[in-house]
Write a protein that binds this ligand. Sequence first.
Ligand code: FMN
Length: 186
Amino acid sequence: MTIYETIHGRRSVRPGAYTDAPVSREVLERLIGAANAAPSHRRLYPWRFIVFDSASAKTELGEYLAERQQANSENPVPAPKLRITRERPGKAAAAIAIVMNPDLEKLPEWEEVSATAAAVQNLWLALSAEDLAGYWSSPGTICKGAEEFLGLAEGEKCLGLFYLGYPAEQPGPIERPAVERKVEYR
Ligand SMILES: Cc1cc2nc3c(=O)[nH]c(=O)nc-3n(C[C@H](O)[C@H](O)[C@H](O)COP(=O)(O)O)c2cc1C
């Protein structure tokens, strides 16, 4: 597969569409290695990843997300919705918390966010080499207030969860905005 085919074939595939096949630590290390090869201004490499791949860690994560979903809502969240949230991590081979530690004395935050997003995109594209699929999930339940649950250090931020697993089937392409609308030549 060419790099263009990999890029154009990349899709968001949610945990409900994964088989229950586990992902090995060896594969996870290759994926994180790809993330770690992303560009970073001043070579600060502001990212780190917390991998929930054991059944107990995924259960704990699901319980935390459901508890926060209810706590963040003014009204009772319907039980089926909470159940979906609680069970989501368990349907993935792994859920990876995307953590960024921006050095705000050296760079504006947007550069550190950009570097971290580049790392996630590397990981996302590398999934295709492993026949895996994934998606970036950024609910308030993990992006805000989860510092203690995740064990983040002062200044670290969570930019969401990356779920991955072996898809029952790879999805087809979706329509993208016309390139002509995204470019200006001078
Ligand atoms: C930073 C970021 C955060 C995202 N957060 C969510 C999310 O919370 N929920 C969701 O359903 N999709 C989320 N997505 C995935 C987008 O919905 C998805 O990329 C988009 O629908 C296009 O589909 P594709 O990835 O298959 O091209 C996120 C994507 C990015 C880049």
